[in-house]
Design a protein around this ligand. Structure first.
Ligand code: ZN
Length: 72
């Protein structure tokens, strides 16, 4: 037994997955209205504070993933 095997604990290593119900993706997108409010985390798809450009990029990505069945 050794203490070296224990994972170090710190604020930077806090585990945060997307908080969207039923989603188990990694929450790489955080948002906090102020320093006193706990940061909430979402994956890119569920992040509710995306800019217009980010929203467009996500839509294009989802449409591509559908297999190119889109008829223009
Ligand atoms: Zn998500």
């Amino acid at each position: 037994m050794s203490d070296i095997d224990r994972a170090p604990k710190g604020p930077d290593l806090y585990i945060h997955y997307c908080e969207h119900q039923g989603c188990d993706n990694w929450g790489s997108w955080g948002n906090s209205p102020s320093a006193t409010v706990t940061t909430r985390w979402w994956c890119f798809e569920h992040f509710p504070h995306k800019s217009f450009e980010q929203e467009q990029a996500l839509r294009r990505k989802l449409e591509d993933a559908e297999g190119g069945t889109t008829v223009q």
